[in-house]
Unconditional design. Structure first.
Lengths: 125, 536, 368, 348
């Protein structure tokens, strides 16, 4: 009796663990792009240069206007640092933002949108 | 429950295997702390009785038993040995049930190991408890000490002398707190004199501690030494119940073997005489497991029926098997003036020596093959009969026709009950299987025929037929027969001379006409004249 | 006195018989290493890698041997379970240690199930466990293919296009495990003199060795040893023989499953349809090379075996190349060795058993 | 009626019944999925002839109680050596085959004898050891194929000029030399390899005869009860050895038959698993681990090869995927497994 109770407990424990592992270990390919984009009528221009660094990815990516790149990240919640620069690559503006990846939230990060912080800066591709 | 109740009370216990009665209303009682000596020839029913007491599965499988027995006044019915163990009955078998690679201690506490809790138990159950080795040691030691013998509790069983194994087994039984009745089945058979002494001593000690013991032994003096009570079994009945004070070896022996002559097999009282020796055996030794022959010499006269008797395990069976080359052997065997090559089955067969093995199912028969094969095979191999040429004598194949005829002949002659020569032997009854074995031997037209335990495990009617067939065969064809049997009366009924084997040597040879008591004592090695030469 | 003399000879031959395999191997390697012209550092590195990679698989064989069921060729069943786990996490794109652990968790119930089945079958073939488990391995390989090659992607959903064959279902011949490649080995990076040492893996293995040692001291372990040595006696003593045997196989299968996962995380790619076959064969060969027999195997046997066997394995192709100028030859040679060694070990075992029988019989007569 | 069926199934063993029904089903289905029955039958016949001899090779060892001969590759190797040598010598047509057999037989005898000696020392553990003896011998020959001094350009690697190829065509030597004797076609699709059939039938008959001779009888007896045989003056070990030799020789001849019909000699790892189909076949035919008859061989080979031929064609056209391989693995090993788990414990 007691044994089966314990075993049930153990099984539940492992199920929880697995769910946790699933989330913690799942990898995503995020598209970071610095392109012109229109979100509800509002036309957003790309920045000259941006340096994007997503916390869990290996190294930051440097994009010029119209550029797009892929970063591989593990897990759900991340932090993004963006340095927006002019042609001479002097940093104009820094943005720091936490975000969570979910089934609905896509995996395309639009820096222009983020820059003029539009809520749906993460979209489905 | 009143203390006056005896520990064990047997009431009219009876048992029959397939209408073949082996136990008939056996009754006796055994008090706490008593030692009861149970004696009797092989096949007297001792082991069957113990099987019943121990709830062995064979009993149920063969239709249970009659009567009942009581432990401390309560009727006991054991479905399996484990029940018996629970009831506090311990048994030490002749063949050891010990784990060779375990130490004495480990064996003593086998499956009753003291264990400790650990957390994994919560999930995987008690079998994952860790062993408490120290306590195992301790329990082992104490159990051994109770027997006051010196055995190091951490020697491996595989490295022990046989005596110590015996003690280890007994120690295991003692270690069970519950054990109140201990059955020792010929424990001293494997022991040296001195070891036996120690064992007897420890038995007394155990008895003093209040454990009752049933002691089965063929060494009558031991029985008389140690027992408080002696029960003699013969033909499955209690023929005598006494106490050491009132009896002696001679008397017990008489009761063991002494049948009233008009029973079983009458013999016509003609003393035959024979001219020359046909078989001369000198200093034969045979490595047959359980039937070791150490040094045997005897000679058989042409045309006689020569009996070899003795208790089981003394080596009488080894003799025939040794000569027939079934087990490694040495010494000299001269047949008809020619030396028999030992360790080569072909040699004796080609000289016209045939044998009917005691191990019918194991050696004697091809169980999955038809009767015909069983009968003719040896002849076909040894004498190349039952073969016919094909392709103008290019090569020879089995002559099914001839085989059928021959088989039919024997089936009729020996009244083998079967559906036909194609019936598989395993479907026949024990008696008919035995007849097939005989037919196999006869088919060789042997000059000399060894017959081992011809009536073992077959019903009385069949016994008659088999024995008559042998006698007839001997008289008609003058074939010399050497008959080896544990059943003394059987031997006495048809043999001319009987040699008794004891501890791998000839204990003595007597004409079949002398009284059974004489033979009885030879069997029990109570007459020490193994040196006497045979047939002179 | 003649008995004494013969017994001495027996002992002598006994010693050689029981250690023949490792001795042969030592000799072979001793010859082959210099010929192969490998640097010591390289060899050390290789051996470390392979120790980390294979030890766990080999260790999984110990318990059935303890229970007297011989070499558990059925361990491939465990390997299969592990591979299925890996396929799934690869499909879900779970990365690193979490992925690996998840794979283990997923495949465990599968391994238990397979192990139990294997145990039941082996109980029906007492006395010929090895050949039966061996064939069972092949049989289940068929079932595995049925599932993975036809079931996956059709019945069982597999999304990732890099896994599934172009025809739309069935897993490709090679599964890329880049996601969990060396994740355990490099968990705790350490390298001495340019030789990288996979600490974490070794820790896992060590933990397992402790488990085995501890397990021997449990009631269950004791029962297994008893059953292994004499089923009838154990039965008579009230030990549930068949159940015990089944448990031993289940444990072995589950461990083999983990072993395979560890093995593959090191390799980083998996031949979907024959990784497990090889796993079984090499593990058994290695164990035997280590001086284990069909009835007795110790933890040292495992490590000695892995080292000796893989030393041969690494060295022989090069040795072959420099010797006869054909690497191919060495390739075949090591295949030959792996099978040959198993054959030799089996023969020696059976042969020894017969000798023991004779010796026992001779002993009967005592000093007559 | 019902009982008859049940008792029949009892006797035949349900796996056999299932397999037989399965095969039947395939043949019935064939026309509906536009697979020509006559082609199928003809293919079955061909494969039957190709593999029959190797299945027959199982009989002596099973009868003598040496269990299933997983060591068949040993015989096969002898056969390969024979075949390769006869090609090296450049003998063509029937003579070529007979040269091959002539060379193969003595080799097989020697190998078989050694193999027999080994098996006599490991009574009880035969099957497992046989398997690995087979495996290791194949692996060993892989080395040999590389180093043996064969020269014929049709056999050695072009670039290296030494070392035999993995597959060697016997075209222009003795491809189908036996099969085509008296062979005839019916329509464009049915081909009957009469010669091969006759040859196989002859071997079966010879084996059947042999089993009725004094020695054959002794061999059977050794199988069913060695103790009895010993008591009857039969030299058990010699009989066992003889059975192994026979089995090995048949294996050698068998592979040559196989090649001449198949058209190629497969070296290196080719023979590796060849024992298993043979074993499976005879078991499907109703043999047990210690009893086998010629009938078992014939029935078994037909059933097993039948399935192997039919499954690809029928199943494929049924569900556009080739499952034959998987089915083969499952059927054959399943059958062996079944036989192993239901053998009665042999008395030691």
């Amino acid at each position: 009796m007691r044994r089966s109770a314990v075993n049930v407990g153990i099984i539940i424990f492992f199920v929880i663990i697995s769910v946790f592992l699933y989330n913690a270990g799942k990898g995503y390919n995020l598209l970071v792009d610095n392109k012109a984009i229109t979100i509800d009528g509002q036309e957003l221009q790309p920045y000259a240069w941006v340096n994007v660094d997503v916390s869990t990815s290996k190294k930051p990516v440097l994009l010029k206007a119209g550029g797009r790149d892929v970063v591989f990240v593990i897990g759900k919640s991340h932090q993004i640092h963006v340095e927006i620069m002019d042609e001479q690559k002097n940093v104009i503006k820094k943005i720091e933002k936490k975000f969570k990846l979910t089934r609905q939230s896509g995996d395309l990060l639009s820096i222009p949108a983020l820059g003029s912080d539009v809520s749906q800066w993460i979209q489905k591709r | 429950m009143a203390l006056s109740e005896p520990l064990l009370k047997m009431e009219k216990i009876g048992k029959a295997y397939f209408g073949n009665r082996v136990l008939k209303d056996v009754s006796f009682t055994l008090e706490k702390g008593q030692i009861l000596g149970l004696v009797g020839e092989n096949g007297a029913g001792k082991s069957t009785l113990m099987n019943i007491l121990f709830g062995m599965s064979v009993i149920q499988e063969t239709g249970g038993y009659e009567g009942k027995f009581f432990i401390n006044g309560e009727e006991a019915q054991f479905k399996n040995p484990l029940d018996a163990l629970d009831a506090g009955i311990g048994m030490v078998h002749q063949e050891f049930s010990l784990i060779p690679g375990f130490t004495a201690a480990e064996n003593i506490v086998l499956n009753r190991e003291p264990t400790q809790y650990n957390v994994l138990v919560e999930s995987f159950g008690d079998r994952l408890r860790t062993l408490n080795t120290d306590e195992m040691e301790l329990r082992g030691k104490t159990a051994i000490e109770k027997l006051n013998v010196v055995i190091d509790s951490d020697t491996l069983v595989s490295e022990m002398p046989v005596g110590h194994k015996q003690f280890t087994e007994i120690a295991r039984e003692i270690d069970k707190e519950k054990t109140q009745l201990l059955v020792l089945d010929e424990p001293t058979a494997v022991l040296t004199e001195s070891e036996a002494e120690i064992l007897l001593a420890s038995m007394r000690k155990l008895a003093a501690m209040g454990i009752a013991i049933i002691f089965i032994s063929h060494r009558l003096h031991e029985i008389i030494d140690v027992c408080d009570k002696i029960v003699v079994l013969r033909d499955g009945q209690v023929v005598h119940e006494t106490t050491p004070a009132q009896t002696n070896v001679m008397e017990i022996a008489t009761h063991m073997v002494g049948r009233n002559i008009e029973s079983a097999f009458a013999r016509e009282e003609t003393v035959r005489s024979f001219a020359k020796d046909i078989l001369k055996v000198e200093h034969l030794w045979v490595d047959m497991p359980g039937e070791t022959v150490r040094d045997v010499s005897f000679s058989v006269k042409e045309g006689e029926i020569f009996g070899i008797g003795g208790l089981a395990g003394q080596g009488k069976l080894g003799i025939a098997n040794g000569i027939m080359g079934m087990y490694p052997s040495g010494g000299s065997v001269v047949f008809d003036g020619k030396e028999v090559v030992l360790n080569d089955p072909r040699s004796p067969l080609s000289m016209g020596i045939a044998s009917v093995s005691e191990d019918r199912r194991g050696v004697g028969l091809l169980l999955e093959e038809p009767i015909s094969w069983n009968i003719i095979f040896t002849t076909l191999q040894m004498q190349s009969r039952f073969l016919k040429p094909v392709f103008g004598g290019l090569f020879k194949i089995r002559d099914e026709e001839a085989i059928r005829e021959a088989t039919q002949k024997y089936i009729e002659a020996l009244e083998i009950k079967c559906t036909g020569e194609h019936q598989r032997v395993q479907e026949l009854s024990g008696g008919n299987q035995q007849k097939v074995c005989l037919a196999k031997a006869f088919a060789l037209h042997p000059k000399l025929l060894f017959v081992s335990e011809p009536t073992r495990g077959i019903d009385v009617g069949a016994k008659r037929v088999v024995l008559d067939t042998l006698r007839e065969y001997n008289q008609k064809r003058g074939t010399t027969i050497v008959m080896i049997s544990s059943e003394l009366e059987e031997l006495r009924s048809i043999c001319d001379q009987i040699a008794i084997v004891n501890e791998g040597r000839i204990g003595g040879t007597r004409p079949a006409t002398c009284p059974s008591t004489e033979f009885g004592l030879l069997m029990l090695g109570e007459i020490k004249n193994g040196v006497e030469k045979v047939g002179v | 006195m003649m008995t004494k003399k013969s017994s001495f000879q027996d002992n002598l031959s006994h010693f050689f018989v029981s250690n023949a395999v490792p001795i042969i191997f030592l000799a072979l390697s001793a010859v082959a290493i210099p010929i192969s012209r490998f640097s010591t550092q390289y060899l050390v590195q290789e051996m470390l890698v392979r120790l980390a990679r294979d030890s766990f698989l080999v260790l999984s064989l110990l318990i059935p041997i303890m229970a007297g069921m011989g070499l558990n060729f059925g361990m491939v069943l465990g390997a299969m379970a592990g591979e299925i786990g890996l396929i799934l996490i690869t499909d879900w794109n779970i990365v690193g240690i979490p992925g690996m652990v998840l794979a283990m968790i997923i495949s465990t119930p599968l391994a238990v199930l397979l192990g139990w089945m294997c145990g039941v079958i082996l109980n029906r073939a007492k006395g010929r466990e090895m050949v039966t488990s061996f064939i069972l391995g092949f049989f289940m390989n068929g079932v595995y293919q049925l599932i993975v090659l036809y079931g996956f992607g059709s019945v069982f959903p597999i999304k990732s296009p890099d896994l599934v064959l172009s025809r739309g279902f069935g897993i490709r011949n090679v599964t890329n495990l880049e996601n969990i490649r060396k994740c355990l080995d490099n968990l705790i990076p350490l390298s001495i003199g340019g030789v990288a040492i996979p600490i974490a893996t070794f820790l896992v293995i060590a933990a397992f060795c402790v488990f085995v040692v501890w397990f021997r001291k449990t009631k269950l372990g004791q029962d297994m040893r008893a059953v292994g040595q004499d089923m009838d006696v154990a039965e008579a003593a009230g030990i549930p023989v068949e159940r015990t045997r089944i448990i031993s196989i289940v444990i072995s299968t589950v461990l083999a499953c983990y072993g395979q996962i560890i093995f593959l995380q090191n390799i980083g790619t998996m031949n979907t349809y024959n990784s497990h076959e090889q796993a079984g064969m090499f593990a058994i060969a290695a164990l035997l090379v280590g001086g284990a027999s069909v009835t007795k195997a110790t933890i040292p046997n495992v490590f000695i075996g892995v080292i000796l066997f893989h030393l041969m394995f690494v060295v022989s192709p090069m040795a072959g190349k420099y010797l006869i100028g054909q690497a191919q030859l060495g390739e075949y040679f090591r295949v030959f060795v792996s099978y040959g060694i198993i054959a030799i070990a089996l023969v020696l075992h059976a042969w020894r058993r017969q000798q023991d029988k004779d010796r026992a019989r001779r002993a009967l007569r005592g000093n007559a | 009626m019902m009982n008859n069926i049940r008792s029949f199934i009892e006797k035949a063993g349900w796996p056999r019944v299932i397999i037989a029904l399965f095969l039947l089903g395939l043949f019935v289905m064939a026309p509906f999925v536009r697979v020509r029955v006559d082609t199928s039958i003809s293919d079955t016949l061909v494969r039957f002839g190709m593999n029959g001899v190797m299945v027959l090779a199982m009989v002596p060892m099973i009868q003598a109680g040496c269990g299933l001969n997983f060591g068949l590759p040993l015989g096969i190797i002898a056969g390969l050596l024979g075949a390769v040598t006869s090609i090296e010598l450049g003998v063509t047509g029937l003579p070529g085959i007979f040269t091959a057999m002539l060379i193969a037989t003595p080799i097989a005898i020697v190998l078989g004898w050694l193999y027999g000696q080994l098996l006599n020392r490991v009574k009880g553990g035969e099957m497992m050891i046989a398997t690995y003896v087979g495996f290791s011998s194949v692996a060993f020959m892989c080395i040999m194929w590389l180093v043996l001094p064969y020269k014929s350009p049709n056999m050695v690697w072009g670039y290296a000029g030494a070392g035999l190829r993995t597959t060697i065509s016997v075209d222009g030597y003795w491809s189908r030399a036996i099969s085509d004797i008296l062979a005839f076609n019916i329509g464009d699709f049915f081909y009957c390899p009469t010669g091969m059939m006759l040859f196989f039938a002859f071997l079966c008959f010879a084996m059947w005869m042999f089993m009725k001779t004094k020695i054959g009888t002794a061999m059977t007896t050794v199988g069913s009860n060695p103790e009895y045989a010993k008591a009857a003056g039969v030299n058990v070990d010699r009989m066992r050895t003889l059975s192994v030799v026979l089995s090995t020789v048949l294996g050698a001849i068998g592979i040559i038959m196989y090649e001449q019909s198949f058209g190629f000699i497969q070296l290196y790892m080719g023979p590796f698993y060849m024992a298993f189909p043979a074993v499976a076949a005879i078991l499907i035919g109703g043999a047990s681990v210690n009893k086998a008859s010629i009938l078992n061989v014939v029935i078994g080979t037909i059933l097993f090869q039948g399935i192997l031929t039919m499954t690809p064609s029928v199943i494929n056209s049924l569900i556009e995927t080739d499952m034959s391989e998987v089915i083969r693995i499952i059927v054959s090993n399943g059958m062996i497994l079944y036989a192993l788990t239901r053998v009665v414990k042999v008395k030691s």
